[in-house]
Design a protein around this ligand. Structure first.
Ligand code: KG4
Ligand code: ZN
Length: 390
């Protein structure tokens, strides 16, 4: 942890398709957070195009940093995502951060993007109370601070990652489970592409599924579908496809020493959807909505099962969930049930901090060792960095 009473850190995030900069005080209080999303640039391709992403980062980074710095006084350190992510995107943020650290004469702190996602429930906007979202589950004053929430079970679910981690102490991460192939967000995105629902797929599938369970007939009104909430008890009905659970077999080499009961595999799910659509193309929007609702139940159910297993194996003080997929309404509800059954508080980020942002980078940096001088200037990007790696 950096010394001093009030530590103000500027963070930069460019690991994928968001150019972001934020200023966070004492690891949790967000003074500013600017996110420029490139989604419209990648939409025509149905996914992120690395060359398009890095060029857009170069174009936007200075403006995004200038906006985040408006009205901010002294900065004590500069933090930056150095992995995992797209090398050509990470390089833009890392070089901007090195330049700022040199120009301002302050240390540079390299931050792991996945670990940072798990910091998001602890962020609060300046002037607000600082209470994290507990997804409707029991909130507990003693777990509001990161250190007193340990040991915790962490789940990072995004477009690139689906990883369960043991967090024995704040800033320590040990992978206990993960996807062997596609990430949960990727499973949503690929299904939406297959069904012609656009990119990114997670938000649109979430909306359509909500509409389906509420008996909607018009799926074109995104705002109306978004405002719906999921019914409490959802059961697949007759006629809805039953997708396979993403449970890998024990003994598979891809487990790399991890327990099969804590790992998932989503690539078979996508293939099952493809075969189903070929065999029985949805005749109308309502049928398509039923299909994505069943598909979403398979993903969410698998994530909830694995989380419940981990919570049974060890006594944790909190379940911490972060990443773009944690915006999913059905996942939030299922995780709240699982946490309640284990009598563990669930800590979720506010919606604006679920997806990629720089507040999580500037925030977690408060707990990370900083490097300065020549060592900082020689930090390189680590596209395959794992949680717990130095
Ligand atoms: O954390 P994030 O912004 O970027 C990565 O680090 O990957 O996550 C993006 C992913 C995308 O795959 C997107 O489809 C998914 O998060 N996502 C959702 C929802 N909103 C975003 N998935 C399911 N339901 C949602 N509501
Ligand atoms: Zn992310």
């Amino acid at each position: 942890m950096l010394g001093g009473d009030r530590v103000t850190i500027l963070g930069i995030e460019t690991s994928c398709d968001e150019t972001a900069c934020a200023v966070v005080r004492d690891g949790r209080e967000v003074l500013s957070s600017v996110v420029y999303t490139q989604i419209p640039l990648h939409q025509p391709y149905g996914g992120v195009v690395p060359e398009v992403a890095s060029r857009a980062h170069i174009e936007k980074i200075t403006g995004v940093v200038a906006e985040a710095m408006k009205g901010i006084g002294k900065i004590d350190a500069v933090a930056v995502t150095y992995g995992p992510g797209l090398a050509s995107s990470l390089l833009v943020g890392l070089n901007a951060a090195k330049g700022l650290s040199l120009a301002l004469g302050v240390p540079l702190i390299g931050v792991n993007h996945i670990e940072a996602h798990l910091h998001t429930p602890f962020l609060f906007d300046t002037g607000s109370t600082g209470a994290p979202d507990t997804g409707g589950s029991r909130s507990c004053a003693t777990v509001l601070a990161p250190e007193s929430s340990m040991p915790a079970l962490g789940l990072a679910v995004s477009g690139g990652h689906t990883t369960w981690m043991d967090m024995p102490a704040y800033g320590e991460y040990r992978i206990i489970g993960q996807t062997l192939d596609d990430a949960a967000g990727e499973a949503f995105d690929k299904a939406a592409k297959l069904l012609g629902l656009g990119y990114p797929g997670g938000p649109v599938i979430d909306r359509w599924a909500k509409g389906f369970w509420n008996g909607a007939t018009d799926f074109s009104n995104a705002a109306a579908l978004k405002s719906l909430s999921y019914p409490v008890n959802i059961r697949l009905t007759d006629g809805m496809p039953r997708f396979p659970k993403g449970h890998p077999r024990a003994g598979t080499a891809a487990l790399a020493g991890l327990d099969a009961d804590m790992c998932v595999s989503f690539s078979g799910l996508k293939t099952a959807l493809l075969y189903h659509v070929r065999r029985q193309p949805p005749a109308n929007e309502a049928e398509k909505a039923g299909l994505v609702a069943a598909y979403q139940e398979a993903i969410v159910g698998t994530l909830a099962d694995r989380t419940a297993t981990a919570l049974k194996r060890r006594r944790y003080k909190a379940l911490i969930v972060g990443g773009g997929v944690s915006l999913n309404g059905r996942l939030r509800a299922r995780l709240a049930e699982v946490a309640a059954a284990a009598d563990v508080p669930l800590l979720l980020a506010a919606p604006k901090y679920c997806g990629d942002n720089a507040a999580m980078i500037a925030g977690l940096a408060y707990w990370r060792r900083n490097v300065s001088g020549d060592v900082a200037l020689s930090i390189d990007v680590e596209p395959t960095l794992q949680p717990g790696d130095a």
